[in-house]
Design a protein around this ligand. Sequence first.
Ligand code: MN
Length: 294
Amino acid sequence: MKLARFDNGRIGVVAGSQIVDVTEALGLDPDEWPPVAPVRLISDFDRLRPVLEQAAATGTPVPLSEVTLRTPVPWPNKVVAFPVNYHAHGAEMGAGYRATNQGFFLKPNSSLSGAGEPVVLPDLPGREVHHESELAIVIGKTARDVSRADWRDYVFGYACLLDMVVRGREERVARKAYDTFCPVGPWITTAEDVPNPESLRMQLWVDDELRQDANTRDLVLDIPGMIEMASAVMTLYPGDIIATGTPEGVGPVAGGSKIRIAIDHCGEMNVDVVQGKGGKAEMFAEPYQLVKKA
Ligand code: MN
């Protein structure tokens, strides 16, 4: 099943190029604040699935082109992100560490955006903002101290994710925290429709130039390992998102760029980049140029 959030926070089931609105059938209020309906839906999914399937089968489909896709889970408990989790990306960054011994960081929930919303670049002369293509894991059940063998029990689904970043030496979280620096989408594909998440091709283009082309089989810390590590430290809650790390080929985008990310079984997401006027910060006053290693 492909579960999308669209327009003002409505929930829909995607089939082909169409979407069926199931908001009323689920008794959800799209205008509630904070917007936690998707978290409750994921938490209660086993009970709600029949209602959802019935509504999807009987509702009126609308072309996806007529809706604006939003981020599927706008108010998770947290977004966990693993740095340097492909060897070739570690090499291009000249990083001596890997996710296996470095662990993870968090991105703020306020950086989440959707497939139908642009990435807004901060006004930072002398700085590059880079794309990082990543597979997103959406957690389905409360998880603590999960063993490698049990990881599948805790996954709700998967999606495409862009971990946008201002390059530099400042605190990683600050460089990755701008609003719209974490597009997720185009929707969540539930786990039963992603038969082997440990072998998914992932590609990213900027203006039709292929920049990243990798496979999740090359992850350094694999999916069971990420769930084991994160849940050893923190309780993971339904709706929590794990950004699994980017492969080689990261690079800059500019206002007017169009980013396309595609992952097997997860669909593809086309995100426009626009240059914003705000976002200046003292920490980014000095110019920085990333020099990629071999
Ligand atoms: Mn990343």
